[in-house]
Every structure is written in structure tokens, then in C-alpha cells.
Design a protein around this ligand. Structure first.
Ligand code: SF4
Length: 374
């Protein structure tokens, strides 16, 4: 069971596995694939005010985990430790993912003292030449140094938190770096690795970096990821990877959208980060792209500065969004029941309702690569 799977459990109505909170949309890096870099001229650089954050607090008792991360670097928020403290006091587990560029001795000490539960570090390579080229403005040596500081301080303080995981972004041009990923994770004390694909392309050229669009090497990518996963397991590290090839659409978005939500720094609420990119309202995110594949439509269901999160979650529009996924699962069950009846009672070929049809998806998900499990 993966780190995030621990929070997945079935509960009724407004009961969430996690709430993802974008504490800031500002960033101190310029990763070559990030919309923050590419759309800098129309990016809304801003941070969440404490008033907005406090409006969320009543919802915390309905969530297992508060994850402080969005389209910016969370540790640039001057009051991030106050936010961690508030969420911990509400009884939640708290996590965050960082580019690792602000984790000096003092920040790390504060972070450990805050009892942050999960600390993710974004990586796009296991050596400077690769990582620093893709994640421009960050520095692989500096990140490694920071991770070693976290490890050393945890050992000195005899604590196990935060659990460190590596968020490795798979590119065609960094794929071979995976060979040393497990030895690197062992060295820096990371217990989990999540390998994800680049699925959002703010520039068409970036599609050349997506391994799941490289059909010719599909088996190679899969075999290699499986072998690295096995190596991780032998070393006591859990490694999860998203599929390295395109397949049929899933029944349910893998972002756990039935049990989680995303809050933008301005308080607006959406189902995931992809449907709430902080661009100025009058700008279309897809205006520079040759097609709309990989461009989820922007949709917010409300704003916590105007309504409690529970109300937004239960609004008609948000319920309708989730219902589309429940229906897909229901149709699959009906298809399976019909197929079973056909075998048992020797009926004629049952009528298939196509549970996985793209047309049954919420509008914003129809062009999203995530729906294909990549
Ligand atoms: S399918 Fe894509 S756009 Fe839809 S909720 Fe999932 S991640 Fe977001």
C-alpha cells in the first residue's frame, strides 16, 4: 500500500481523504515544462492569505490529510509553519512537496519540530546535468545536501517524521537516470518514490518528452520501471509509477477526486490542480497549443471566502461532477453482471453500455491524459 493509499477509505458524504491547498502560486524556479515558466506573462503570482486559510479550518475535521502544495513553491509562503501548526492542531496529518531549494539547517529544524508528516522532493534526474536542465533554477547538489540535512537531523533527534518521498517526473531525456534512483533514495533516506508522467503540455514541443507518447519503446519503459520497482522493494523503498503507455480510459480519475479536492491560493475550489491553473481570467490556457489534448478546462465550484467548503462540496455542480464517475463504475458493474448472466443462463451476447466511454466523463476531464492512467 502506497503512502497516499493509507488515507483512502470509504466514508460518507463530506469526508475527505485529503485537501490539497495551494499556499502560493509563486515559485523560485523556472522548470522548463511548468506553466508558471511558460505563461509567466499572464501568471497570477500570489499567496494565500491567512483569512482564506482560516476559512478552510472548519473543514479540516473532515479530512485525514492536508497537503500544502499547488502550482508554486510552498516554502516561499512566509507563514507556512503557522499553517502546518493549525492543520496539525485540527488533528490532520500534514504534507508538502518542495523543490528543495529553501531547506537550510534552520528551515529543516523548524520543519522537523513542526512534526510535518510527509515531505516530498521534486526531482527530474539523479545527476546535475539532467535535473538542473529540466528543473532550471534548482540545483541538484543543493537539493541532495538539503535531503542529507533532513536525514541527519532526524537521526540526531531520534524522530521518524517527516517521511521523505521523491516525486520523480519521468521524461524521455531523464529516463536512464532511473538506474541510480534507488541508490540515491537510499543515500538521502527517502522511503517512497512516486514516478509520474508529464501529462500537461503548456508547449506542444514538450510532448516529445512524454514517455507514454513514445509507442516504439513502450515495453522497454514498462520493463525497466518494473525492474526498478523490484529493486526498490529489495531496498525497503516503496515505488509507485504511473503507466508509461497509453491505454483505454479509466473508470475513475486516478487523482482520487471522489475523496479529495484542490483549493487554489485565492480560495477557489476545484477537483484537481489541472482544472485550476492560476492564469488571469481573460486568458485561455490553450491559446498557444496546437490541440486541446492534455488541456483540462478550468472549473471552480466555489470559493471558501464566500461559502464553507462543505457547502461547495455538496453543491449541485460539484455533485454532478462526481456522479459522472459513480455512474461509470455502476455501468461497469451492470456490464459485468450482464456478461455473467449470459454465461450462466446462456443468454445471447449482452448489450454493452461502454462504461469507459469518454463522452460519459465530466467536460473538463475529456481531454485530460490522467484519465488514461498515465
Ligand atoms: S481527469 Fe484530469 S481534469 Fe479530470 S479530475 Fe482527473 S486530473 Fe482533473
Amino acid at each position: 500500500m502506497g503512502l497516499f493509499s493509507l488515507f483512502r477509505c470509504r466514508k460518507d458524504s463530506f469526508s475527505l481523504d485529503w485537501i490539497q491547498v495551494e499556499v502560493t502560486s509563486r515559485c523560485n524556479a523556472s522548470c522548463l515544462y511548468c506553466p508558471n515558466t511558460i505563461y509567466q506573462d499572464r501568471w497570477r503570482n500570489d499567496s494565500m492569505g491567512m483569512e482564506t486559510f482560516n476559512n478552510l479550518v472548519p473543514a479540516f475535521k473532515h479530512a485525514g490529510l492536508i497537503f500544502l502544495q499547488g502550482w508554486g513553491e510552498p516554502f516561499l509562503h512566509p507563514r507556512i509553519f503557522e499553517m502546518i501548526e493549525v492543520a496539525k492542531k485540527a488533528g490532520c496529518m500534514v504534507g508538502s512537496t518542495t523543490n528543495g531549494m529553501t531547506l537550510d539547517e534552520d528551515t529543516t529544524a523548524a520543519l522537523i519540530d513542526s512534526e510535518l508528516d510527509i515531505l516530498g522532493i521534486s526531482l527530474a534526474g539523479t545527476k546535475s546535468e539532467t535535473h538542473d536542465r529540466i528543473r532550471e533554477g534548482t540545483n541538484f547538489e543543493c537539493i541532495t545536501e538539503s535531503l542529507l540535512i533532513v536525514k541527519e537531523q532526524k537521526e540526531r533527534k531520534h524522530v521518524t517524521l517527516p517521511v521523505v518521498y521523491l516525486a520523480y517526473l519521468l521524461f524521455r531525456s531523464n529516463f536512464e537516470d532511473l538506474d541510480s534512483l534507488i541508490s540515491y533514495a537510499t543515500k538521502v533516506g527517502a522511503k517512497e518514490i512516486i514516478c509520474s508522467n508529464l501529462t500537461f503540455f503548456p508547449l506542444p514541443d514538450l510532448q516529445k518528452e512524454a514517455i507514454f507518447l513514445d509507442e516504439s519503446k513502450k515495453s522497454y519503459y514498462e520493463e525497466k520501471l518494473k525492474s526498478i520497482q523490484a529493486n526498490a522493494e529489495r531496498n525497503g523503498i516503496r515505488l509507485f509509477f504511473y503507466k508509461p503507455f497509453f491505454d483505454r480510459p479509466l473508470l475513475l480519475c486516478p487523482e482520487n477526486v471522489l475523496k479529495s479536492c484542490f483549493i487554489s491560493h485565492d480560495g477557489s475550489v476545484s477537483s484537481c490542480v489541472f482544472t485550476n491553473i492560476p492564469l488571469r481570467e481573460d486568458e485561455e490556457p490553450d491559446s498557444r497549443c496546437f490541440d486541446k489534448r492534455g488541456y483540462p478546462v478550468r472549473i471552480a465550484y466555489g470559493n471558501v471566502n464566500q461559502q464553507p467548503l462543505s457547502e461547495i462540496w455538496n453543491s449541485d455542480a460539484y455533485r454532478e461532477f462526481r456522479e459522472a464517475f459513480y455512474q461509470r463504475q455502476k455501468v461497469l458493474k451492470e456490464d459485468l453482471d450482464a456478461a455473467m448472466d449470459a454465461v450462466i443462463y446462456q443468454n445471447s451476447e449482452p448489450e454493452k453500455k461502454e462504461a469507459g466511454a469518454i463522452s460519459n466523463l465530466p467536460r473538463q476531464c475529456r481531454d485530460c491524459y490522467r484519465m488514461y492512467g498515465v
